[in-house]
Design a protein around this ligand. Structure first.
Ligand code: CP
Length: 315
């Protein structure tokens, strides 16, 4: 495939935009970059002279830092701007802010925003490549890719796997990217959670909606728990966290239903004892910190690919 395949995406807005071939190519590229982060000198000249702006309107630990680390490991110049310390606080609109960033000639703008579609909106106003680092409840494509990379590393291939995603599906952009991505790659995706967290469109994304967590995790190769996205809910949609933990929290007893070699995943941040018990998060089969490690490699790959660096040499 590599002889004829060309990555043809200027912007990374969602997993929906990718074919299975695109996803495989991104994961292959990320895999080839992963080793750079283990070297004594963790730097290659590939993106030297490129300017990358991290523009985050919502809190982030993993995504913001790993995009910055990824850019620096590729020798790009990186700049961070947070909504809380930007002129957005003084009433400047998103488009005006983007036009002002554009006036400084960045090559890539990475944006996280509470509004679904914010990243796509920027593509209509600026020339820089736009990477969506999470937009509202829509998608979080780099998280979906790092999740697929982690599963592929452990299982060899994604096709044919049973992936159970548990929790707040309705408000989770990670869930949307994972459902779309794993389904495109040939996995069976099952979802379960409180009815108030289960949107009606899940069937159309290709997910199997299960009536219980036990049903979702039975014979599962992967079990992923999601954080309850309280910041996207005006009113509480569950009676209490204690009840949620009892009926939907991932614990060892529940995992008896899954395959013995089940992978345990969580995009982070974890609310320990709510969506997942600590002995599960830290125990056998957990790949939660490997997801974070792979996040750097996936983001290196995305920066490289949107810069059209096909044919460049990584030294
Ligand atoms: N998984 C994820 O998006 O984590 P952060 O919110 O810390 O970036």
């Amino acid at each position: 495939m590599k002889d004829t395949y060309r990555f043809q995406h200027k912007h990374i807005l969602d997993i929906e935009q990718f074919s299975a071939a695109d996803i495989s190519y991104i994961l292959d590229t990320a895999t080839s970059f992963k080793e750079i982060s283990t070297r004594p000198i963790k730097k290659v000249p590939t993106l030297r002279g490129k300017t990358i702006i991290n523009f985050f309107f919502e809190p982030s630990t993993r995504t913001r830092l790993s995009f910055e680390i990824a850019a620096k490991r590729m020798s790009a110049d990186t700049f961070n701007i947070a909504a809380s310390t930007s002129s957005a606080k003084k009433g400047e609109t998103l488009i005006d802010t983007a036009l002002n960033l554009e006036a400084m000639n960045p090559d890539i703008i990475i944006i996280r925003h509470s509004s679904s579609g914010a990243a796509a909106l920027l593509t209509r106003h600026v020339n820089a490549a736009i990477i969506n680092a999470g937009d509202g409840t829509h998608e979080h494509p780099s998280q979906g890719l790092l999740d697929m990379m982690t599963v592929r590393e452990h299982k060899g291939e994604i096709e044919g796997l049973k992936v159970a995603i548990i929790g707040d599906i309705a408000h989770s952009r990670v869930a949307h990217s994972d459902i779309i991505g794993f389904t495109k790659m040939g996995a069976e995706v099952r979802v379960a959670g409180p009815a108030t967290f289960m949107p009606l469109y899940l069937d159309s994304l290709g997910a199997r909606v299960c009536s219980s967590v036990e049903e979702a995790v039975t014979d599962a190769d992967v079990v992923m728990a999601l954080r309850i996205q309280k910041e996207r809910q005006d009113d509480p949609l569950i009676p209490s966290l204690r009840e949620y933990a009892q009926f939907y929290g991932i614990n060892r007893s529940l995992l008896q239903h899954a395959r013995p070699d089940v992978l345990i995943m969580h995009p982070g941040p974890i609310n320990r004892g709510v969506e997942m018990n600590p002995d599960v998060a830290d125990g056998k089969g957990s790949v939660i910190l490997e997801q974070v490690t792979n996040g750097v490699a996936v983001r290196m790959a995305l920066l490289y690919l949107v810069m059209g660096a096909e044919g460049s040499n990584v030294e």
